[in-house]
Design a protein. Sequence first.
Length: 165
Amino acid sequence: KYIIATHGHFDHVLGINILRDALDHKPIFYIHIEDVNLLARAGEILQDFFNIYVEPPKPDKYLYGGEVISIDGLSFKVIHTPGHTMGSICLYVLDENTLFTGDTLFKGSIGRFDFPESNSDLLRKSLEKIIGMNPDTKIYPGHGDESTIKEEIVSNAPLHEILGM
């Protein structure tokens, strides 16, 4: 029914058209408004890295942060977490104590902030927002293994470094 991109980097969005074409129905594609330009350039960025061009998908709806999207009985709150990209988001599953962090927070690491579209100060503020949540919240990052906020507060060295912990 829905595809919600946590941000506009090519490794998160350039398979969407293939997925849509393979399905009998066309899922509604959401992305944060601040990553629309990055999304539009995703195919060119992929070509720069791998000499392959893939047409970027066109979003159906834009996110701004604060929205609640209901899908099959689950409610996902959109949390704007800029830093890795200006339009990075996390999705908090209400009543499940679960957070999909995209590339903002990983098990043992944090999102890169050395890209032209990144901002370390905004990433720090976004990470402060996340670690202020219930420490028992499970996190599911865009890459790698699941964790909890508590585990990352205790053992995530890059998180400690950026937050001065």
